[in-house]
Design a protein around this ligand. Structure first.
Ligand code: GDP
Ligand code: IMO
Ligand code: MG
Length: 422
């Protein structure tokens, strides 16, 4: 069954681990949106590996790993990531990179930083140039991975774009930077990547027609979606199901199942509303227990209770079939676990999730307290060995959001996953 795996919260739900767990049964794993703003943690031979653009299926040598055309690519970063993976003993011969993936260029990163440091637009981005690169796509002036393979044409195209950006930078009081060094390095990266560059839409279409099993790896999370997330505190791509189709060139007919990943609590990195946030000492305790520090930027993640109003919204907009609930073990010691079940706005109760930040800023969550299990889950392997309180917690969430919880994460390692088959 071709399966989409995507985040249902604000990212960092444990997608890397979940995909690594699930990928064993697949022939192809493909990233379809986002860029190296993502940080997906996987344990390989006991070693922690953080992947940014490489799909989390690379640890299975027979699995074709695809970086599809919806992903924005910083070629120097990708070369480094491939070298690091090779140092782990992975050959990556089965890696395909879309010739139509938009490039993240030096100006994009510069602009991201300028905006972040200005008073116009502080989002708390990863400062990787993701937003400006996607802006160039929408603005119809982007350069693509395929452009790197034609040196003199690339030089002409980037020089024209530099004129545009230099005017913009001058308006913000920033001097133009010398591009020659960067252009040279980009072209060298292009040569390194050349053997992998291909038409991934065709490749994925052929894989589908040959009935190969495809796993689609989402990055970020549904509440960071550019259209359906907590705007403007979002990333610049469709992190929800819609991104699969524009980002790969496969149709909805190629998707059989949607698996949504959620933590048993909530986290967020960067600015923006977070109704169930815990700003107190207890929040700090959860952050420490869950080791909630960004895999990409190292920033401390904001933490809070699981918000079922938001989770139900994410389940609905993605058509989630099964939920993979991660990091249950982080709640092991708690006598009581809270979940938000409604919002109050101006004294009235609301069941709906208002996406836009201004509306979400005004809500106060209403909580339901559920009993904790107060024992260690990390070594449990079978669903029938789960404490009763875990079962009731799962039942409550399933009934509320209208989707089945099929997998539980009880630790960061692949084997610390419990599949519920009944
Ligand atoms: P991603 O961006 O969604 O792939 O998630 P990250 O890798 O950024 O962050 C998730 C963190 O939680 C990583 O450090 C994982 O190793 C860890 N993790 C994933 N699942 C579990 C789990 O079930 N329990 C615990 N304790 N840690 C987990
Ligand atoms: P993974 O795939 C968590 C957040 C940033 C910021 C906002 C916009 O590891 O779950 P951007 O650099 O994308 O323009 O930043 O989105 N963000 C993430 N938060 N996990 C991620 O990826 C994220 N990628 C971007 O912190 O708030
Ligand atoms: Mg992450």
């Amino acid at each position: 069954m071709n399966t989409v795996v995507l985040g249902l919260q604000w990212g960092d739900e444990g997608k890397g681990k979940a995909i690594d767990y699930l990928a064993g049964g697949f022939d192809v794993v493909t990233r379809f949106q986002g860029g190296h703003n993502a940080g997906h943690t996987v344990y390989y031979r006991g070693q922690k590996v953080v992947l940014h653009v490489l799909p989390s299926g690379i640890f299975y040598p027979d699995c074709l790993a695809v970086i599809a055309s919806g992903v924005v690519v910083q070629p120097l970063q990708l070369v480094d990531e491939i070298r690091n993976a090779r140092a782990l003993g992975l050959t990556l011969q089965n890696l395909a990179l879309s010739e139509n993936a938009p490039l993240i260029l030096p100006f994009h990163q510069q602009l991201d930083v300028i905006f972040e440091d200005s008073r116009y637009q502080r989002i708390g981005t990863t400062r990787r140039g993701i937003g400006p690169a996607y802006e160039d796509v929408v603005g119809r002036r982007a350069l693509f991975v395929g452009d790197l393979l034609h040196a003199s044409a690339f030089r002409g195209k980037i020089a024209r774009l530099a004129e545009y950006y230099n005017r913009l930078f001058a308006a913000y009081g920033h001097p133009a930077e010398d591009l020659e060094y960067a252009v040279q390095r980009y072209l060298e990266a292009g040569e390194f990547l050349r053997p992998h560059v291909t038409d991934t839409t065709r490749l994925l279409q052929e894989s589908w027609q040959e009935k190969k099993k495809i796993l689609f790896e989402g990055a970020q999370g549904s509440l960071l979606d550019i259209n359906l997330g907590t705007y403007p505190f979002v990333t610049s791509s469709n992190t929800t199901i819609a991104g699969v189709f524009s980002g790969t060139g496969l149709s909805p007919k190629a998707v059989d199942r949607v698996v949504g990943i959620s933590k048993a609590y909530a986290t967020r990195v960067g600015e923006g509303p977070f109704p169930s946030e815990l700003k107190d000492d207890f929040g700090a305790l959860l952050r420490a227990r869950g080791n909630e520090f960004g895999a990409t930027t190292g920033r401390p993640r904001r933490v809070g209770w699981l918000d079922l109003v938001a989770l139900k919204h994410a389940v609905q907009i993605n058509g989630v079939d099964d939920i993979f609930l991660t990091k249950l073990d982080v709640l092991d010691d708690l006598a009581e676990i809270r979940v938000a079940t409604a919002y109050e706005v101006d004294g009235e109760r609301r069941a709906a999730f208002p996406c836009h930040a201004e509306a979400l800023d005004r809500v106060t969550p209403v909580y339901q307290a559920l009993p904790g299990w107060q024992c260690s889950l990390g070594a449990i392997e079978r669903a029938q060995d789960l404490p009763r309180a875990v079962r009731s917690y799962i039942d409550f969430i399933e009934t509320f959001v209208g989707a089945r919880i099929r997998y539980l994460g009880v630790g960061g390692e692949r084997r610390q996953t419990i599949e519920i088959t009944d």
